[in-house]
Design a protein around this ligand. Structure first.
Ligand code: GCB
Ligand code: CA
Length: 895
């Protein structure tokens, strides 16, 4: 809409509001009182007066879990929180007042002046209450809202790999309506439903159905005006319908059909949006009574199980991400702009597909997808399991209807989904409780079928989908795979278990098993901590390099197969998940951006492949402090460097030397001899006969191999024991490098082996452990067990040696790898250990017992100052008393 039109509308509304109101919608987000805990509500006075301590003043969006889910203590508050706000209501005639929530997690009760107005169940859909009859006019009114995010077996999700932040975490509005208005009673929808039963290049048929409510108790004649305006704000069609309400008649459905000749089509490349303005006007006075604006995107689409997806008759591979709605330290309480930013991030990457998982999100998400041209699916949060009860079923169906009706008018939306990996968390053992399991599986399928049928009836114009996990036969045997139109698969071969090739094999197997259903890879991903690196990366080490390998393989496999109609990376962003320990505690790190939306390498990998824009970008471009050991007889250390490019070749300049590499699958790979200190890398690539450049400055900390041949003065060594990882600590500006074995004249460990948790497949990696009292968990997550010595043949001088430990043998009951989609078996092993520590022959600790002194998984540091003389170097001995001595990391600094 143009500015002029806005002004005009605004002026009109202002004029009419002199004698009556059309719709007014405004937030009441600011200055609520908030109390964490439950209270008894009373009619006579405000809750906050009755209990006037412990109330905070907060603004909405708000959650009470943004901090307690990020700390070292497991668990987060799940219970009741009370919100209270006083609002002044002026004397107004014929005005309906609604309170409208975009979302609150998860059960919400609304009270006005101490009286209960209503309750809403479910944390991710919108809802409203008509509070007109509860209000006192010309007075202050007390709004009180009780929100409860306790575990509730009747409301999905029962469990899931994300934090269930409690609170009123999306905008809350007051809506003022005249007594004839579009009805929001239909599951808090807008009351307007737009369909396009026929679209082609030649013409488009548009159907506009509006639900109108007359609350005046009088007969009424109104005019319903529908206008379609194009992108430039010009009206291309206008229709008016006269509608009569008899005295007792409350609701009417008004249907309008409009044909647009030679329509502009909507697509990711050109997301052309019309708008439909629907107005209700008084039949006598012409006064505007209500008004609604909806986007109109004209497109048609089809999924083909063999050939893929077609939009407006043209083939389109759908590639994009999933998205969770949280952000660093904010939990799920985000501003509209923060939601919008994420969708831009996806578009900027070249993505054309978004799975809004695992729940409906803020309205701005779909608005942005309409505007930017991103096709979407939305789903209700039935995750992992169901409850076999009528109440649960009812809530699922209710949520499904809310989802469909509230999001009905978005052209970007093409798929309704429900039930994510619903046979992952089985309440009954498939073997030992076979009979009971089979009943459960039947109930799951029955529920799925009910939801599917319900959705198809509500909206026959879109597809339905169920995303399953990799245990294919479970879903097939239960009959669940024949329920939805599209099958989604969440596949993690090479992460939770198996190897990358297992992914390719699964895809081909799925196509054979389900030749008539379109297949989407609804999830795939690997956890990446952007500060962890390894040139010998392994699954579950959380390194950038492993994540890169994973996505390079998966992307290729997806692109090669037309029958894979689409794929969604898990996930656009890292997100909070309380049950996870990991490299960065309490978060799932499979995002291609971080919790604060720093772009990981994988984001660039996809951008280079998907985007039409020229890309030349260093991989590992956030890795500014590198480190490594000088090669024998040399004063440099050679390390791989990658450049993403959609050109044919890349030239790389380093220290006045030029290297050239061909681009394969969007990557040029180099080996660069890094010298101590500043290293400027410059990459050049010619794309469409223009040259593009990227520059990366690396601060390389060269560590001596033989101290005697090291040119620069030895300053510092930071080594991780039992590890092949490197960890960049930006805050302290240091790089941790992997251990190495001691050799004469050099440094390293003597004896011992890398810590391996005793599990079936090497199982629960220690990189899963949440280390207490450290922000640098990776420093402590690995260790050398049975270490005898750590030696450095440093020159004479004064040194500070810091030894770092954490006992990795847990003494706690952990719920480990909750989202283990492989089948690693976890077993606990508890050993006790005691050892003596000697530095250059002097006992500095005797009977050192980590667990006894500090407990397990707690970061411990001991710093010693040492004078080295007579060329003796530094010798740290570990003498075993009981069990095996360990060391997690060591720092040696010259003073
Ligand atoms: C899944 C789940 C998702 C998890 C993801 C993971 O399959 O659908 O909720 O977060 O795997 O990272 O394990
Ligand atoms: Ca919002």
């Amino acid at each position: 809409m143009t500015k002029k039109l806005y002004l005009l509308l605004f002026a009109l509304t202002a004029v009419f509001s002199l004698y009556a109101q059309s719709r007014q919608t405004f937030t009441i987000n600011n200055n609520w009182k908030f109390y964490k805990g439950d209270l008894e509500i009373s009619k006579s006075y405000a809750l906050s007066k009755q209990n006037n301590t412990d109330w905070d003043i907060i603004d909405i969006p708000h959650t009470w879990n943004n901090i307690d889910t990020t700390d070292d203590t497991p668990g987060y508050y799940r219970g009741v929180g009370w919100y209270e706000k006083s609002i002044f209501i002026t004397e107004e005639e014929n005005t309906k007042t609604l309170i409208y929530f975009e979302g609150a997690n998860q059960v919400t009760d609304v009270y006005v002046n101490g009286s209960w107005v209503g309750q809403h169940k479910g944390g991710y859909t919108r809802f409203h209450f008509d509070i007109t009859s509860f209000l006192k006019y010309g007075q202050d009114n007390i709004l009180a809202v009780k929100v409860d995010n306790s575990h509730n077996i009747e409301i999905p999700p029962l469990s899931a790999d994300f934090t269930f932040f409690g609170g009123i975490y999306r905008d809350v509005f007051l809506v003022k309506l005249s007594d004839v208005h579009f009805s929001m009673d239909d599951y808090s929808s807008s009351g307007i439903y737009i369909t396009t039963p026929e679209v082609s290049k030649a013409k488009a048929k548009v159907e506009i159905k509006s639900l109108i409510k007359n609350e005046s108790n009088q007969s009424k004649t109104v005019h319903v005006v529908n206008r379609i305006i194009n992108k430039d704000g010009q009206t291309i069609s206008k229709t008016t319908k006269k509608v009569k309400f008899s005295k007792s008649e409350e609701n009417k459905t008004v249907l309008e059909e409009i044909t647009i000749e030679s329509p502009e089509l909507w697509s990711p490349d050109r997301p052309y949006l019309y708008q439909i303005i629907t107005q209700i006007k008084d039949g006598k006075t012409g006064q505007l009574l209500d008004e609604s604006i909806a986007p109109l995107g004209l497109r048609w689409f089809k999924f083909d199980a063999e050939k893929g997806f077609f939009l407006n008759g043209e083939y389109l591979k759908l590639i994009g991400t999933n998205r969770h709605q949280d952000y660093l330290k904010k939990g799920n309480a985000l501003s509209d702009e923060m939601h919008m930013r994420d969708i831009r991030l996806l578009k900027e990457m070249g993505g054309n597909f978004l799975r809004i998982a695992h729940y409906p999100q803020d309205p701005t998400v779909l608005e942005m997808c309409d505007r930017l041209g991103i096709l979407t699916s939305v789903e209700i949060p039935i995750v992992n399991a169901i409850t076999e009860s009528e109440a649960f079923t009812e809530n699922c169906l209710f949520m499904a209807e809310e989802m469909v009706k509230q999001n009905y008018n978005h052209p970007s939306l093409i798929i309704w989904a429900y039930m994510n990996e619903v046979l992952l968390r089985l309440p009954f053992n498939q073997k030992t409780e076979k009979d009971r399991y089979e009943i459960y599986a039947k109930n799951v399928t029955k529920l799925g079928a009910q939801i599917d049928k319900h959705i198809r009836k509500l909206d026959p114009s879109r597809y339905t989908m169920i995303p399953n996990h990799g245990a294919i036969s479970r879903y097939k045997d239960a009959g669940l795979t024949s329920v939805p139109m599209i099958l989604g698969w969440n596949l993690y071969q090479g992460w939770y278990g198996g190897v990358f090739d297992g992914f390719d094999k699964s895809l081909d197997k799925l196509h054979k098993l389900f030749p008539n259903q379109p297949l989407i890879v609804t999830e795939y991903g690997a956890d990446v901590h952007p500060r962890l690196h390894s040139f010998d990366s392994k699954r579950f080490d959380y390194t950038v390099e492993y994540g890169n390998k994973y996505h390079e393989h998966y992307l290729k496999a997806i692109v090669e197969r037309p029958f894979i109609v689409g794929a969604n990376i898990w996930n656009l962003n890292d997100f909070y998940s309380e049950s996870r320990g990991y490299a960065l505690p309490r978060a799932n790190l499979k995002g291609i951006t971080t919790l604060d939306r720093e772009k990981k390498d994988t984001w660039w990998l996809y951008k280079t492949f998907l985007s039409n824009e020229p890309v030349v970008k260093f991989g590992q471009n956030q890795w500014k402090i590198r480190g490594g050991v000088a090669e024998a007889g040399k004063d440099y250390c050679t390390q791989p460097v990658t450049v993403y490019s959609n050109g044919d070749a890349v030239e790389l300049y380093h220290n006045n030397i030029k290297y050239t590499a061909q681009v394969h699958d969007n990557i040029a790979r180099f080996s660069v001899p890094f010298v101590n200190g500043e290293n400027r890398l410059e990459a050049k690539s010619t794309i469409n006969s223009k040259e593009y450049i990227d520059i990366l400055d690396v601060d390389f900390r060269l560590t001596p191999n033989l101290f005697s041949e090291f040119k620069d003065e030895f300053y510092q060594l930071n080594a991780l024991l039992g590890s092949k990882r490197m960890y960049e600590d930006k805050m302290q500006s240091i790089i941790w490098i992997p251990e190495k074995e001691y050799q004469s004249g050099s440094w390293g460990y003597v004896g011992g082996e890398s810590y391996r948790p005793k599990t079936k497949y090497g199982g629960l990696p220690s990189s899963e452990l949440d280390i207490i009292d450290s922000e640098d968990d990776p420093v402590y997550q690995t260790q050398r067990v049975g270490i005898e010595q750590f030696k450095l043949d440093v020159p004479d001088g004064k040194y500070a040696v810091t030894l770092h430990w954490a006992e990795l043998e847990s003494d706690k009951e952990h719920e480990k790898l909750v989202y283990n989609l492989g089948d690693d078996k976890v077993s606990e092993r508890i050993t006790d250990r005691e050892f003596n520590i000697l530095v250059n022959g002097d006992y500095i600790e005797r009977g050192f017992n980590l667990r006894a002194r500090y407990g397990s998984e707690k970061a411990v540091q001991l710093k010693y100052q040492i004078f080295v003389s007579d060329g003796k170097g530094i010798n740290i001995d570990f003498e075993k008393v009981k069990g095996q001595p360990v060391l997690n990391a060591i720092q040696v600094r010259r003073l």
